[in-house]
Ligand binder design. Structure first.
Ligand code: MSP
Length: 472
């Protein structure tokens, strides 16, 4: 049986889930549901990244022990994904004992292999990114992502021989053996390899207590990214043994946005090579959301919480709005007004209205239909082509094209003005059939509402029912 393994990043617990995390997680869920429906054996992993200086600082601010604090936020992520009907197979916390033990075992192997050696780091560190920085990464002395000046650190550390893997990785990336999508992102990374190249990187922190102890020197903790990357393996039950392939590895698709592409296409694959493990097949970088033209931030107070979306639109509509907001792989601007407009146009007046009108006409004319789901091969093909290319918004457009066609036929033929039952049936039946087929293909995006429509339109006597999307 074909296998499909999809991951989201493990999210930092310095903040509660917002629409950015939600975007990646819903997209991963759509892909997982789509591949399950194709009959593939699917594993979907998400989770939380809980160690490091950033979380340690945040917990202190909150006057909590780091673990206590992490427990609260991890619970908030779990709750959010449950509310959004996310179908992950595992939720990995990097503070799970099994993950920590496996990470130690893996690092010990890399140390004994000679890929990790004692050194010193003197330079800059951005706590927001949890990354070592060069002067050239900064804009006006600040990290462009966090708008803060990085701290200067000088400490003994254990370095990872990242430079050793430069040539091998560059070759693999160029040959698409480790495929970075969309293509523009791949080119960015190639140019990074060619212009700046890989330098050895500190894999331990002497002055950060909140982390996994380095097994051979407990006065250091593991650099949080080295710890976090391994989640993609430990989330499958991997125990840290080099060369040992867990059932679903390598990942079919690893999703993220551009902020963490660089580390995912340098440090992460190098760790895998060091551990004698194959690289993920695809890294897919989706777009970054801005809210009304501005970066989402706490200080601006413009972050959109998944719960607010659900409250306003319902679960499935929230999922639809997120997935159709922008072309997948391209940055997008979102906001409440845009969501309202799209909700009314596509859902209340679109899918909801057409479904209600057709069901109503079938009911009052007491027409009996025998519809069959999944019998439009052309529609399925057009939809699948877009789905295989990660063009979710295009796949949805294919379905909405069908719905719009149904609307046009209704307005042209005005079956409510006709008397002849057979004539009415001839108009309504193909539209009802299209609605049923569209609902079948909508399942990965709107699992509950599509089931409702399928149930409604598979019955012998179709009834109008409650409105699916009350107008806002
Ligand atoms: N903990 C690291 C990842 C470690 S993975 C081994 C991290 N966490 S994070 O909480 O900052 O999550 C970043 C990810 O959240 C992005 O890569 C993206 O998937 C998602 N998003 C966060 N904000 C986003 C937007 N504004 N827009 C779209 N997605 C964004 O980085």
């Amino acid at each position: 049986m074909k296998k499909f393994y999809i991951t989201t990043p493990v999210y930092y617990v310095n903040d509660v889930p917002h629409i950015g995390h939600t975007y990646t997680t819903v997209a991963a869920d759509v892909l997982a549901r789509y591949h399950r429906a194709l009959g593939e054996e699917t594993f979907f992993l998400t989770g939380t990244d809980e160690h490091g200086a950033k979380i340690e600082t945040k917990a202190k601010e909150m006057k909590l022990e780091p673990k206590q604090y992490a427990d609260q936020i991890a619970a908030a992520f779990k709750q959010a994904w449950q509310e959004l009907n996310i179908s992950h197979d595992n939720f990995l916390r990097t503070t799970d004992a099994a993950h920590m033990a496996a990470a130690q075992k893996a690092l010990q192997f890399m140390y004994e292999k000679g890929d990790i050696y004692l050194g010193k780091y003197e330079g800059l560190y951005c706590r927001g990114c949890e990354q070592y920085k060069n002067e050239r990464d900064l804009v006006n002395g600040e990290c462009p992502d966090h708008k803060t000046a990085p701290e200067k650190i000088s400490e003994e550390c254990y370095n990872f021989k990242l430079s050793k893997y430069q040539d091998e990785l560059l070759k693999l990336i160029k040959k698409d053996k480790f495929k970075i999508l969309p293509a523009g992102r791949k080119n960015e990374i190639i140019s990074f390899y060619e212009k700046e190249g890989l330098q050895d990187i500190s894999f331990s922190r002497k002055n950060v207590n909140w982390g996994i102890p380095i097994p051979w020197d407990k006065s250091h903790t593991v650099y949080v990214w080295a710890d976090a990357f391994l989640n993609y393996l430990t989330g499958l039950g991997w125990n840290g043994e080099a060369g040992q392939l867990p059932k679903f590895w390598p990942a079919s698709v690893q999703l993220m946005s551009k902020d963490i592409l660089r580390v995912h296409s340098t440090i992460w694959p190098a760790m895998l090579l060091s551990l004698n493990l194959p690289l993920p097949e695809i890294i897919f970088v989706h777009g970054h959301f801005q809210v009304n033209g501005q970066k989402m931030s706490k200080s601006l107070g413009n972050a959109i919480a998944p719960r607010d979306l659900i409250k306003k639109y319902g679960v499935d509509a929230a999922r639809y709005l997120i997935m159709s907001a922008t072309a997948f792989g391209h940055d997008g601007d979102i906001g409440w007004e845009k969501f309202d407009d799209k909700y009314n146009a596509d859902l209340a007046n679109g899918l909801g209205n057409l479904t209600a009108r057709v069901a109503n006409l079938l009911e009052i004319n007491k027409l009996e239909l025998k519809l069959k789901i999944g019998n439009d091969k052309k529609l399925i093909k057009a939809y699948q082509t877009e789905m295989q290319d990660f063009k979710f918004d295009e796949a949805l457009k294919v379905l909405w094209e069908k719905l719009r066609n149904g609307d046009t036929v209704l307005s042209d033929k005005k079956p409510w003005k006709l008397k002849d039952q057979k004539e009415i049936k001839n108009i309504l039946e193909p539209i009802a059939q299209d609605i049923l087929n569209v609902a079948g293909l909508l399942k990965p995006f709107m699992p509950a509402i599509s089931e409702k429509i399928i149930k409604q339109f598979s019955a012998k006597e179709i009834k109008k029912g409650e409105p699916l999307f009350p107008r806002i």
